[in-house]
Write a protein that binds this ligand. Sequence first.
Ligand code: UDP
Length: 311
Amino acid sequence: MPRTLITGGAGFLGSHLCELLLSKGHEVICMDNLSTGTIGNIEHIHDERFTFIKQDVTEYLYIKGPIDYILHFASPASPVDYIRMPIQTLKVGSLGTHKALGLAKEKQAVFLLASTSEVYGDPLVHPQKEDYWGNVNPIGPRGVYDEAKRFAEALTMAYHRYHGISTRIVRIFNTYGPRMRLHDGRVVPQFVYQALHGKPLTVYGDGKQTRSFCYVSDLIEGVFKLMVSSESEPVNIGNPREITILEFAEAIQKAFGTSCEVRFEPLPVDDPKTRQPDITKAQTLLGWKPKVSLEEGLAKTIEWFKTYRAE
Ligand code: UDP
């Protein structure tokens, strides 16, 4: 039975990964300091192959026994969170990645880094392919996340090249679904919350900036396929269907069958104007592409928010 450590395992993506790996026959150790993750995301998992350790991944990691895979998903990931916790974000991407890689070296485990489309910054190339180096403002408010993840990628490649560790890097584009925090500030939970409570949808800027939204089950499947591949260079995982934020506001209204007021608010500093993954590499290398449409994924997400987080 493979034994896998998931850092950030009580978070949005981490908790879905815990479930997927248990279903694939793994023993799962979930580590989280619960700064943005919650026990509520994992408390339904009753399985003797599952263990939770409350720990900050930036501190020395000691795990008894062998480990086959380390999936490093610990980090604040919403602009609101990483602007609220700038130092922690820089530390988990740098020191936390160093600790997790050190453990991978010790255990000769496969290491997978959860990286991000934010490494492309406000991209000047469209759609974004893995060989694009990005356009990041290192000293802007988003720089704490973008640069931490860029450093994490560099460190991962250094451990791969210098120490011969088997590594993977997934660049995750906007993902949504059940277990996002209602108030994490990202556009999907924000608009769902506003529509549920009859509040205006807050569109930042003119709403013409674009994003491409991937449903969580598609994303997790892509991560798993990359994990069991032997690709050490970064791979984009995301849904290439690109829409403007105004179009997204329309999709929300359609899903709710209501028309909501739209209120325009200032665009946050360094908010990327466009974002769309080129997933040719994932398609050819991993045989992966997303299956869940925005309409289908939104319906499932709204249902979940109504049941669990409508407060
Ligand atoms: N956004 C918005 N209204 C909101 C929250 C976000 O218009 O209430 C916009 C935000 O400015 C960005 C896009 O939606 O252009 C996606 O934002 P999110 O925070 O979800 O993630 P990002 O892709 O910026 O990391």
